[in-house]
Design a protein around this ligand. Sequence first.
Ligand SMILES: [Fe+2]
Length: 449
Amino acid sequence: MSTIPEQNPLLELSPQDLRAHAAAALTRARERSVALTDAVDDEDLVRQHSKLMSPLVWDLAHIGSQEELWLVRDVGGREPLRPDIDDLYDAFQHARADRPALPLLGPAEARAYVREVREKAFDVLETAPMEGRRLTESAFAFGMITQHEQQHDETMLATHQLRKGEPVLHAPEPPRAPARKLPAEVLVPGGRFTMGTTAEPWALDNERPAHEVDVPAFVLDTAPVTCGAYVEFLESGGYHDQRFWSEPGWAYRQEHDITAPRFWRREPDGWWRTRFGVRERVPENEPVVHVSYYEAEAYTRWAGKRLPTEAEWEKAARHDPESGRSRRFPWGDEEPTAEHANLGQRHLRAAEAGAYPAGASPLGVHQLIGDVWEWTSTGFHGYPGFAAFPYREYSEVFFGPEYKILRGGSFGTDAAAIRGTFRNWDYPIRRQIFSGFRCARDPRPGEAG
Ligand SMILES: [Fe+2]
């Protein structure tokens, strides 16, 4: 096992450069929030497009409210701007389904509020110390608030997908895959690796601390399961064969009459889907998206495989077999670029399997970062030595087997809110998120060498 420490470009920055980095990250997040909320009219902003989601105008003011709480009041020690609305935008006080009935800020008020908070937050950033207090060490609080806004932007993107009506979002098509097909699987040799992180300045509490985990050899698909492969499962009757489903998965399938991924429809001439208001044929070579954990699990059983554990996923994504070191990303320590991964809503869909060769891991596993969130078979728990920070409600209150971990981010996840250690969690029935999966399996006798 190597003792080479984790690398991180942020640790090299001067306080002035850190402030500039944080300001740029906050600005990029805000441009996205504005684009997502300006894309629809006021009536659409206050409407609830699905019981699963908040009205877009709630997300917008909630972004401002969290920024006010952490950056303006806590880090800056400033007077509250709107203490009267704290409760309205506290996600723990009101379930999503109940939010439309609250006396929320209207679109114009919400926009003015987030602008005012941002001005104050930038003012705080100019003089905030970048060390001495854990909350501001390496601009952590600014990074946390950036990630929070980007996470809500992804949620708002999911709301756009649930919205009925003409397309309002537009983006160029993602790159195509090279003609040469990827090998289907790779063997990841057994052994210890470093999971989680201690050095990553903007990592959240649930990613910490770095710790060693022994992962036996396993075989992993080089790409997420594609729509084409998923159609084979569908067409062979996989949704109606209880053998492939776990008990709760089968109950869920029966109760909600789940017969295909969300937003798919069987037409006389094949499978079609709706994507941000565009009706289109299901693309064969693109990773399947909008499947629940239970559907993913059923597919893997049909294929004679299983979902990877969270540790397997992270080992495939970070472990460099040559140096023994864990990297920040499959390709190395540098921040994601457009060559590495399909992130940041640059495109409004996942890219074909194999479309990002520059983002592959040393063992040749592709698209671990970006495209679709990948379900793992692991429940949500704290790593050994976990300490809640800066508050229990960030992650700790969600720990438990009822949530499943998703990894890697989607085309709707910004680079600021993803890394090899980043952990997302959701209920196994959820599929309005940009969720897909890839298969793993145990090596066959003799295969592991
Ligand atoms: Fe939030």
